[in-house]
Design a binder for this molecule. Structure first.
Ligand SMILES: Cc1cc2nc3c(=O)[nH]c(=O)nc-3n(C[C@H](O)[C@H](O)[C@H](O)COP(=O)(O)OP(=O)(O)OC[C@H]3O[C@@H](n4cnc5c(N)ncnc54)[C@H](O)[C@@H]3O)c2cc1C
Length: 333
């Protein structure tokens, strides 16, 4: 497995940020992974896993080895609805594969960029469905022990755009493959208001859901191949009921998402940012998308620092006006 030296990462992150990685290795097999890890150990350099680069921001040059996950393969297992996908497969293509095989459930997660292996890292979610709803198990490589093992749903500690891989096991686990438990019987999830509004039929099929999700996403979100971005930069903040009541009395009709844990309220970060006038704002080569204030875009030539500066200004204004700390959804490297 060749290890490339001094690689420009612009083509490896959807923000299109130019920065230099000291080394980069394409990981097509377990053997590639083990030899790349051996190299990093010999050189005493850090490692960074990378899939499609659609949820990361390189804020500076990377001094270690990037492991670009390229492992391929999709397999329908013997149990009904059970399907296994290798970490390097494209997520959206996998969603289409499942739909074609009449395996249902993840059609709401259509068009999310990136790889299958990264999907559990932040428990991807959209239009009323999260990965954890259809999770079976993960096959992982534990870099601390050098062992392969299986992790079940409880092991992964999934939360809202969160998992154990962003917490205690941060940078310790390589996802090799993901197994989902899908339904051979159509059971579309159509409660999400924006989805329900667009579905024109009384009894929509999974294909209808897939089509409408793709349509909504294409009309609302910038395609990173045309306008560089990494999707939502911030997570929606979760506040106590008391805090929410205070926001209502100070700012009037603050929207909330329909359900969440008892005593807690999830507020759309996009609403907070829109009230503050961030939609369409520009700072040199970076800006906030015209239709979606959660999305920061690189109009061309922006550095990671430019993007970070804008993000910091946005979160500082939310803190000042609403006394809410925004957390980033994008992983800053
Ligand atoms: C236009 C746009 C829309 C988006 N919409 C959504 C959305 O609706 N919902 C949503 O949840 N996300 C969304 N995202 C974010 C992103 O697509 C997802 O988080 C996706 O799962 C990231 O996949 P990736 O392969 O690009 O991961 P990367 O950005 O390459 O990596 C993300 C993290 O996962 C780690 N990682 C990657 N591969 C592995 C592996 N095999 N093993 C262990 N760790 C690994 C990386 O180290 C990094 O910490 C959107 C992004 C864009 C650009």
């Amino acid at each position: 497995m060749p290890i490339q030296q001094n690689v420009d990462l612009a083509a490896f992150n959807t923000f299109g940020v130019h920065c230099n990685a000291r080394y980069l290795a394409e990981i097509n097999s377990l053997q590639d992974l083990e030899s790349a890890l051996g190299f990093a150990q010999d050189e005493a350099i850090p490692i960074q896993l990378l899939g499609g680069g659609s949820n990361v921001l390189f804020s500076q040059d990377y001094p270690g080895l990037i492991l670009h996950m390229k492992m391929r393969g999709i397999e329908c297992l013997n149990e009904p609805g059970r399907v296994k996908v290798a970490a390097g497969e494209n997520w959206h293509k996998f969603v289409m594969y499942c739909l074609n095989k009449e395996l249902y459930g993840i059609e709401n997660l259509a068009l999310i960029p990136g790889t299958a292996g990264a999907a559990p890292i932040q428990n991807i979610g959209a239009y009323g469905v999260e990965l954890e709803d259809f999770f079976g198990e993960l096959e992982v490589y534990d870099m601390a022990s050098g062992q392969r093992r299986i992790m079940d749903k409880a092991d992964c500690q999934f939360g809202y755009r969160d998992s154990v891989f962003k917490q205690e096991l941060h940078n310790r686990i390589v996802v090799l493959s993901l197994t989902l438990q899908l339904s051979p019987i159509p059971a579309p999830c159509v409660e999400y208001p924006a989805l329900a509004k667009e579905l024109k039929t009384v009894e929509p099929t999974p294909q209808d859901v897939f089509d409408v999700v793709c349509h909504i996403r294409q009309s609302k979100l910038p395609d990173p191949t045309k306008l560089a971005n990494a999707g939502s930069f911030f997570k929606n903040p979760v506040v106590s009921e008391e805090k929410y009541a205070a926001l209502l009395s100070d700012h009037g009709n603050v929207p909330r998402f329909p359900t969440f844990d008892e005593g807690l309220v999830k507020i759309p970060a996009a609403w907070l940012l829109e009230i503050l006038g961030w939609k369409g704002e520009r700072q040199g080569p970076v800006g906030v998308h015209d239709l979606q204030p959660l999305v920061i875009v690189n109009y061309g030539g922006a550095s990671g620092a430019d993007i970070l500066n804008l993000a910091e200004d946005m979160s500082a204004s939310v803190l000042e006006k609403f006394a809410i700390v925004l957390q980033t959804e994008v992983r800053i490297i």
